[in-house]
Design a protein around this ligand. Structure first.
Ligand code: MG
Length: 486
């Protein structure tokens, strides 16, 4: 059964009891009692095609490819919104971000954050006595009352928001951003991150992650590694500078891949391979206006900041030797919101009393070839609560809305972005993603019955979560946390 029971005993006592049970011939030992470690690696703006096994060009990702070979790759995995804060809110709560009141990307002066009453993945696993650690970009509220150490993480090291919200960013007019702090726990340990510091971020996060594994090897742990890269401005250490034929973006991804390798090596060194579920994905698609400093969602349409496939569909890999079928591929749709209830099921943790939106996808994750998505539909919101698309099975209904596009232009160069244009969907468009994921052939006229069915699903969702595009207010949306301190 998936729902394992936990012995509420220190890990060393559990190990001793298991060993004695094994010596006395009491069945297969305590494998079923042992709670898995969970390592969740989350990159920033890495596109669907920016991993070797997903079709990367101009750089290699041997460690990510190894995760795929030893585990599972999902070809139709999505974030709940294709933008930083909203995407992270969904990942950590199992809810659509608009349900928890987090939209877009929170700025340094934002007075809101993830509400402390929401239950994060870290708080979920703490029910079972896990050690919890985070390195990297938080972006769910800068005030100290919202930081990771107030939201279930025992320890934290990283940037509180994006690395471009920074006075040195070429796009930032003077005075736009305050100095970018580096935080440990809830304390600022570097008040003004410099360009030189940014070159070390991936290395520092990795060193901390490896030390966390070393320190917690004797008990179940949850480690959340949220890389600041490859979000612009792109920085890389000397270890990988100039290594990728693609250029700087490729160097940055190769360094992230190195980081994944260091984490896998730490798990191997400490004999934790069989006890650890490793998950890898990205927070949204590529920021295409940055041209050669952006990734690729090839062959998908558009990128970050849109509800098209290039925005929400991301590479997803999972490895758990002995539990996940090696080398498998899942083609069913799934979303970051599903990881929360799936992990709850794996460790026997109780779900929150409040409503969440994800569903347990363990049969998909373990590589069961007959497993199907448990969702009747997924809802793609963007901007300030705009329901822009509905996904059900192979069908995606794109609802009338405005979106940003480069309209065929190649994007910017070397860190300076090109300008987006605004395009509009003026009537519902229907795509069969099983037939073509590129969203080119609008089949709405041929399948009016499917359009009606997905519109009815959209209407149900609007009653629950609201929709700014049709001026509806939902009854099920909750409030974000609001600042109570200066
Ligand atoms: Mg992002």
């Amino acid at each position: 059964m998936r729902h394992q029971t936990s012995l509420r005993l220190p890990r060393w006592v559990q190990v001793l009891v298991c060993a004695v049970g094994g010596w006395l011939g009491q069945g297969p030992g305590c494998a079923a009692e042992r709670l898995p470690n969970i390592v969740l690696i989350f990159t920033d703006d890495q596109g669907y095609a920016d991993v070797g096994v997903f079709g990367a060009r101009g750089f290699t990702t041997p460690n990510l490819d190894r995760l795929a070979a030893e585990g599972i790759r999902f070809s139709d995995f999505h974030v709940a919104q294709a933008v930083c804060s909203a995407s992270r809110a969904a990942l950590l709560t199992g809810c659509y971000p608009n349900r928890v009141g987090i939209h877009g990307a929170l700025g340094p002066a934002s007075r809101i954050g993830l509400h402390p009453d929401e239950v994060t993945l870290a708080e979920l696993v703490q029910q079972k006595g896990y050690a919890t650690g985070m390195v990297g970009k938080w972006h769910l509220g800068r005030p100290s009352q919202f930081l990771p150490v107030r939201q279930g993480f025992d320890e934290y090291f990283g940037l509180p928001y994006s690395n471009d919200m920074w006075p040195y960013h070429p796009e930032a007019k003077p005075g736009t951003y305050p100095p970018l702090p580096l935080i440990e726990g809830d304390r600022v340990i570097n008040e003004a991150v410099t360009p030189e510091d940014q070159t070390q971020l991936t290395t520092w996060y990795t060193e901390r992650a490896v030390k966390f594994i070393e320190r917690n090897k004797h008990q179940p742990f949850f480690l959340y590694v949220a890389h600041s890269m490859p979000h612009v401005p792109l920085y890389v250490s000397d270890k990988f500078k100039g290594k990728a034929p693609q250029g700087r973006y490729g160097d940055v991804i190769m360094e992230i891949d190195w980081s994944v390798g260091q984490i896998l090596e730490a798990l191997r060194t400490h004999g934790l391979d069989q006890e650890t579920l490793v998950l890898f994905t990205s927070d949204n698609g590529p920021w295409l206006s940055y041209g050669n400093h952006a990734g690729s969602a090839r062959p998908l349409r558009e990128g970050k900041g849109t509800a098209w496939e290039g925005g929400t569909r991301v590479p997803f890999l999972a490895r758990w030797p002995g539990k996940i079928r090696p080398g498998s591929v899942c083609r069913e749709p799934a979303m970051t919101i599903d990881l929360f209830p799936t992990i709850a099921g794996l460790i026997g943790a109780e779900l929150p009393r409040h409503r969440i939106d994800g569903l347990d996808i363990w049969p998909l994750l373990r590589g069961d070839p007959d497993a199907k998505s448990p969702h009747a539909a997924y809802f793609m919101y963007y901007a300030q609560n705009e329901l822009q698309a509905v996904r059900s099975g192979p069908w995606k209904l794109v609802l009338p809305h405005a979106y940003r596009t480069l309209a065929g232009s190649p994007g910017g160069q070397d860190g300076i972005p090109a300008k987006y244009e605004t395009a509009r969907v003026t009537a519902p468009e229907l795509y069969d993603l099983a037939r073509e994921a590129e969203e080119r052939a609008n089949l709405a006229a041929q399948h009016p019955d499917v359009v009606r069915r997905l519109e009815a699903l959209a209407e149900q969702c609007r009653r629950d979560l609201g929709d700014a595009l049709t001026q509806q207010t939902g009854t099920g949306a909750r409030q974000p946390g609001r600042i109570t301190e200066r």
